[in-house]
Design a protein around this ligand. Sequence first.
Ligand code: GCW
Length: 681
Amino acid sequence: AENGYDLWLRYHPVKNPSKLKTYRAAASELIFPASSETLRAAKFELTQGLRGLLGMSIPEKQTISKPGAILVGTPVTLGLLKGLISSEKLRSVGREGYIIQTLNHNQKRVTVITANTDIGVLYGVFSYLKLLQMEETVANLSIEDKPSISHRLLNHWDNLDRTVERGYAGFSLWDWHRLPDYIDPRYKDYARANASVGINGTVLTNVNANALILSKEYLAKVAALANVFRPYGIKVYLTARFSAPIELGKLKTADPLDTNVKAWWKAKADEIYSLVPDFGGFLVKANSEGQPGPQNYGRNHADGANMLAEAVQPHGGIVMWRAFVYDNKVPDDRAKQAYNEFKPLDGQFKSNVMIQVKNGAIDFQPREPFHPLFGAMPKTPLAMEFQMTQEYLGFATHLAYLAPMFEETLKSDTYAQGAGSTVAKVIDGTLESHILTGMAGVSNIGNDINWTGHPFAQANWYAFGRLSWNPEASSVKIAGDWLKLTFSKDAGFVEDARSIMMLSREAIVNYMTPLGLHHLMGWSHHYGPGPWIKDKERADWTSVYYHKADSFGIGFNRTSSGSNALSQYAPEVKAKFENINTCPEEYLLWFHHVSWDHKMKSGRTLWEELCYKYNKGVDDVKVMQSTWNLQKGKIDKERFEQVKSLLAIQFKEAQWWRDACVLYFQQFSKRPVPAGYPKPA
Ligand code: GCW
């Protein structure tokens, strides 16, 4: 039965007979000496893949004996490659890139998969298999590829008791209780899936950190996981609880300038590296949402980050210090706080520190304008933090393809160095000449049989990997690839299912938070509508704080007559958003408090437009449902039915959102819904 476990690595038999024939001819023998763990993993993948796809096992040879040989290795591991691929060409793909090249060798047509490193070879193998899986032509290959971002990491918000903060796909994969002695075979499949999309690091633990992970007992478990992931080029990272020197080390303070505290972290880092020699480093959430941090001791984020950076620096480790900070005791617009705290510290961080910034300034909303820190700290490498788990987008129940949202942020122009200074160029290091670069995705993975709960949520994991490898990649293209790999190559199916995916995120924006509204979700759990939430001890967690609906209108005034959060952007960006006539309507209520009677581009008033958008979201889900229903018989019954049932829930809940929000806001607008508007469901 199809349960989705194999993700996009299904290796099902190639059905097209003529394709199968040419593929077999192009895979007549394999020359692949594999002496390292990584090369063995690559060889395992290739032979398994070919067995599944082509229904044959490929004979192994030492030298080329006939046309159709596949040669795999680095110049070091495969002497035969000498002279076949120029060293300039190899040099240009760098440490993690690869080359796939068809060429003639002594009148024999051969395929070469090569790289400078073993891990590059593994990436090349996955890329070659993908071509076959998608049934593309392999007769004349000339592929050179390399990642644009050095650190491509999953962030697991996994707790040591296996609950997952904001996780909707079961419990944590990490079976801490039985580690280090029992190695769940699933760890390897997790590593394969990640490596296949170029992910090269994983932060195992929640940013709301438990110091226990740094204890001797747990570090042995971490080391066991690292051993499984290492052949796949995946480094392990941990979250560091800032108060660990007190909790674990029994020190009196965690002050980052205290000598004993520094010594404790140094010794802890040494201990970690003795067990995990390629440990990646620490991810830290400090002085945010009640987490301890340097500010508890009158120090700043740079003091904290640099202290940890010094501890891991001798071992080649890095620190990713999160910029997600806000505080209800700071009586200002929450959207401004990260910039206010971090911008003045630009230039003060050690060279092995990255500041990890969420895509927007509030919190993973269905739509946010790009975070004003991007482009504002040219002396500091900024890593992107996206969220794959759908905390604010219907959990793993609603179908939400997030790559268009990631793409929207990456393509946003910060104007930091004039037009064309996109967020993608900030984070890939090209704009400000940084070598240390990063993209992190908050994982949506759990121990559900299909890993992510919703079958389509797998696409967000997949797309994150692809975008972290190439932040200029296109979300439409990625969707098509994923569908072919995951479901079927049937052209009609791919087109229809892709249209569902490409519609899904905007549908959610419309039925939840259209026109720049944000944070209207239910208190604390963030599922379902809660625009009425107010009178709580934390104003910045209430909905009324964000929508500010009153008899005049609705929206958060962040212009110079309001919180002036817009002053944190470059002048060009600020000017565009500040002017109500040039502010894109999808951000209107993010930046402006707008009269109910304001004329929108459609000719409708704001109130009518709001009603229209809420209902449009519902209609879009209806379109998603009817398009999906046409796919019956084109894919397996199991996943067809599962998606169908989930879409039915989504439709019901889209109506719930529309009805709740329109009725709630109507108390302020005191205007009728447009003629013919659907009655509450
Ligand atoms: O949005 C908030 C989430 C918290 C999360 C926090 C963060 C891990 O509701 O659950 O904590 O973001 O990103 O630190």
